[in-house]
Write a protein that binds this ligand. Structure first.
Ligand code: FAD
Ligand code: SF4
Length: 348
């Protein structure tokens, strides 16, 4: 790791002033669980001159209901979200998504802001300097995407463009389900960005002098069934291979509204709009849930080595619609060369 200046910000304004002072050549440190790995491996195109500690800002760790919204401070720990009674009762998909991140040690330190702003996990992008890296690629603004003709097992199956790395954040998937907004503050003032739009194929929409202050979720009302499920190879530590968050409104067994978001399949949380449309007005049963799974992946265009994600996505969507309790993680066994997937379920 190289040396850098270290500053403790006491307020959001101080953090922004420091980012401006270093003209973007500085990084915010919330829990540090992602940032310091990146600094140690020295794979970033630019090494920061300064690290600005934002844990020293008081008052950014909260979950509160206000004016028809749930507000979550950016420094709120994932473990707090996962254990929150309010979330478990009313925003269960988010509680479960927070719980599905990494292991307890990381969840006790990592913040929701950091989870949403973390960088992609592409093996080429993150190739460390000390074993021959860094490797340049389209995301670093230098060269083509190496995953297209390389190891793309963990990459996008939807809407790939320039960079095929997927959004790694579990909580982003649940937040997109609720149409949540990020409240972002910078030298020009405050703005809101929908979580679903926050991630572009090449970066996120945060300016180098901005900070995420809070997350704003429209209140979930009425009787809805929510779930978040994740397929990962080694639970409970691994990133999702595919995840699914769902929110279903039922009246007399008929689906009156449906929202389904797939994670780890695109640069952003991917809304399965065709499946949602299909489900509205349907009486839910095994066949309908199977068909919803088919609709969810109709537009998928897998790369050379990741077609297996399609089968996993179909299965997760079907189970989210019908027959699986909210909040579970699947462990899987699969071979790179076959599209068939064995799964067993179990609460972690
Ligand atoms: C072993 C391991 C397993 C993991 N598994 C998963 C997983 O299964 N699912 C998953 O979703 N994640 C996983 N992660 C990633 C982990 O969730 C993130 O490291 C963590 O959430 C980042 O939060 P943090 O507060 O530590 O962020 P930091 O490391 O402090 O920051 C991460 C990035 O976000 C920026 N940032 C932080 N806060 C803000 C803010 N408020 N405004 C603007 N920018 C900000 C930082 O500048 C930095 O670029 C895993 C990580 C590890 C090490
Ligand atoms: S997927 Fe993105 S990060 Fe990975 S090699 Fe391609 S351009 Fe780089």
């Amino acid at each position: 790791m190289r040396s850098f200046s270290h500053l403790n910000a006491r307020t959001v304004s101080e953090a922004i002033a420091a980012l401006v002072q270093f003209d973007g050549r500085a990084r915010l440190n919330a829990g540090g669980t992602e940032l310091f790995g990146a600094l140690k491996d020295e794979f970033l195109p630019e090494y920061p001159e300064a690290v600005i500690n934002i844990k020293s800002i008081k008052g950014l760790e909260y979950i509160k209901e206000e004016k028809g919204h749930l507000r979550i401070g950016a420094l709120t720990k994932l473990s707090v979200l996962s254990e929150s009674r309010l979330l478990r009762e009313r925003y269960g998909a988010l509680a479960e998504a927070a719980h599905a991140v990494a292991g307890p040690q990381i969840r006790n330190v990592a913040t929701i802001g950091g989870n949403l702003c973390q960088d992609v996990r592409c093996c080429y992008y993150r190739y460390p300097r000390h074993i021959g890296g860094p490797i340049n690629c389209a995301r670093k603004g230098n060269g083509p995407c190496l995953a297209v003709n390389g190891d793309n097992r963990n990459h996008a199956i939807f809407a790939g463009r320039k960079c095929f790395a997927v959004c790694p954040s579990d909580t982003a998937v649940a937040l997109a389900l609720y149409d949540a907004q990020l409240v972002v503050v910078g030298p020009q003032g405050e703005r809101q960005i929908a979580v679903r739009d926050f991630y572009t194929p090449i970066e996120n929409l945060l300016q180098r002098t901005e900070i995420v202050r809070e997350i704003l979720i429209p209140a979930v009302t009425g009787t809805v069934t929510q779930s978040f499920s994740k397929f990962a190879l080694r639970t409970p530590i691994d990133f999702a291979i595919v995840s699914v968050a769902s929110l279903i409104t039922l009246e007399d067994g008929i689906c009156t509204d449906a929202r389904i978001v797939l994670g780890a399949v695109a640069h952003n949380p991917h809304r399965a709009l065709e499946a949602e449309e299909f489900l509205r007005g349907c009486r839910l049963d095994v066949e309908v849930s199977r068909q919803a799974g088919e609709f969810a992946i109709r537009e998928a265009k897998p790369l050379s080595k990741n077609a297996f994600k399609i089968q996993i996505a179909k299965t997760l969507v079907s189970r989210a619609i019908f027959g699986q309790p909210a909040g579970f993680v699947l462990k899987g066994n699969f071979s790179e060369t076959t599209s068939s997937t064995q799964m067993c379920s179990g609460k972690h």
